[in-house]
Ligand binder design. Structure first.
Ligand SMILES: Nc1ncnc2c1ncn2[C@@H]1O[C@H](COP(=O)(O)OP(=O)(O)OP(=O)(O)O)[C@@H](O)[C@H]1O
Length: 224
């Protein structure tokens, strides 16, 4: 399993009490598997992604990414694991306004110490794979919402992660554009052997994934 959460409990302080956001959650995603997580607002979906992304440490349970137990890893080790093994795509493409599509990807390579000249072929290949051939020189304001989300996805894949975590990728898009983005994510998951987890409210996305899990009050249920 590329991503494995075992018996994870996550709590937040809530006045005098504690709120249990994740209640003994198990999640295992294999390479090439596209998993969707659905569930009501406030049920714990974003918290699940944050724990899987090693951004929050759970109160108990274990988190393993690419075969490494990261539960007790320190800050520096977590940052390295995120950089090298995890791609993250948020709802709104948080692109840098002054950079071209190509440069948005080269910034990621720079974080691993790769020179732009060495990274450019992969960046171009990824932009091509997400349907942006010919638009490498455009800045965010010269791209549509769907195209910006495609840059966002390509950027998340720049450092060849094994795990892709996606939070509501279609919420800023119309139905047709949203469906194309989810189709793209399914293709990328298969072609690159990614363990992909996507939080979504979009029921039309579900036929395109391998596994649908439901989060209810911090409990994760369902599966194949
Ligand atoms: N930093 C925090 N501090 C305290 N409580 C929090 C914090 N973040 C989230 N919560 C609470 O934890 C629970 C789960 O929140 P989470 O954001 O994971 O839900 P969600 O399913 O992603 O919701 P939505 O679909 O509305 O984005 C909610 O009750 C929320 O109010």
């Amino acid at each position: 399993m590329t991503l494995k959460l075992t018996d994870v409990v996550l709590t937040y302080p809530d006045g005098d009490r504690v709120l249990t956001a994740l209640d003994h959650v198990d999640l295992a995603v294999a390479p090439g598997e596209f998993t969707a997580v659905v569930g009501p607002s406030g049920s714990g979906k974003s918290s699940l992604l944050a724990v899987a992304a090693t951004l929050i440490r759970p109160a108990s349970g274990t988190v393993s990414v690419a075969g490494t137990d990261v539960t007790d890893a320190g800050q520096a080790a977590r940052t390295r694991i995120r950089r090298d093994h995890i791609g993250i795509v948020f709802q709104q493409p948080n692109l840098l306004p002054s950079l071209t599509a190509l440069d948005q990807l080269l910034v990621m390579a720079h974080l691993t110490g790769t020179r732009p000249a060495a990274a450019a072929p992969r960046a171009r290949e990824l932009l091509h794979a997400v349907g942006l051939a010919g638009k490498e020189g455009r800045r965010p304001h010269q791209l549509s919402g769907g195209e910006r989300q495609r840059v966002n996805i390509a950027r998340a894949l720049m450092n060849a992660p094994g795990v892709l975590l996606v939070d509501e990728p279609t919420s800023a898009l119309d139905h047709q554009r949203g469906e194309r983005i989810v189709t793209l994510l399914a293709e990328l998951t298969r072609d690159n052997g990614l363990a992909t987890v996507m939080v979504t409210h979009d029921a039309s996305a579900l036929p395109l994934v391998d596994t649908v899990l439901t989060m209810t009050d911090g409990r994760l249920t369902g599966g194949r």
